[in-house]
Design a protein. Structure first.
Length: 243
């Protein structure tokens, strides 16, 4: 067994491994962990892979990756963004995952309240969109529009079927959420935190941060907060903290 912990990063719907590249490179640079990523079938923006099994294929690929790491490492951590966070909960409920980081966990989608606020900012001469919102609406949103309907359908089916897997997560868990998230409503993330069993859980929410957290204007601060959680042997910070 390898001594250093392994970290498995799982991206979200309409994303690819390049979306988490900043975080991947940051964690790699610490030389404390071996970091791994993979591409979910039917989700990469560069190559829309067709998949016939629907969300079952996402789970199969995720299972294959974590099972391989469990053969080589005694300590396996998972970082999941958006839909990847929901898949991460599913894996953590079944496998001996030591630490779990849920970044903008998409247990529910469509944050219309934030969308209305952003649209008002777009048409107002006095208000300006934040850097995070510009990244989302100029790049990420257009990418979501190109995701096959089959993938969206399977995302909804998967989330509905496995949304309660978070109830069975036993490892130390960190939730990261941007208060200006354009996709995931805050009440959805609040509820996910409440469903997590036990006391070894930490919920960090950040002002002026949207859904693309690892590309946000506060990405360096968030990266360091996650690193602190990954390095600590015993959870020091717990509860809900607004930043």
């Amino acid at each position: 067994m390898k001594k250093r912990p392994a970290i498995l990063i799982i991206h979200g719907l309409g994303e690819g491994i390049e979306d988490n590249e900043n975080f991947f490179n940051f964690i790699q640079s610490t030389h404390e962990f071996d970091v791994y990523m993979f591409t979910l079938p039917g989700s990469t923006r560069k190559n829309r892979i067709k998949f016939g099994k629907g969300y079952h294929e996402w789970l199969e690929v995720a299972e294959q990756n974590i099972s391989k790491l469990e053969e080589e490492y005694s300590d396996v951590y998972i970082v999941g963004h958006s839909m990847g966070a929901v898949i991460s909960c599913f894996l953590a409920s079944k496998h001996n995952v030591k630490k779990l980081i849920l970044v903008a966990p998409a247990f529910g989608i469509f944050n219309f309240k934030q969308n209305v606020t952003d649209v008002k900012s777009m048409i107002s001469k006095k208000k300006k969109l934040s850097i995070d919102a510009k990244i989302f609406y100029q790049i990420v949103f257009s990418r979501f529009l190109s995701v096959p309907l089959h993938s969206y359908k399977n995302f909804i089916l998967f989330t509905y079927k496995y949304k309660n897997s978070i109830r069975y997560v036993k490892c130390n868990t960190l939730i990261i959420y941007g208060k200006s998230d354009e996709i995931v409503p805050k009440k959805v993330v609040d509820h996910a935190y409440e469903l997590l069993p036990g006391e070894n859980k930490l919920y960090l929410s950040y002002k002026k941060v949207g859904h693309v957290i690892f590309q946000s204007n506060r990405k360096d601060e968030i990266n360091n907060d996650i690193l602190e959680f990954l390095l600590e042997r015993k959870m020091v910070k717990k509860g809900i903290i607004s930043k």
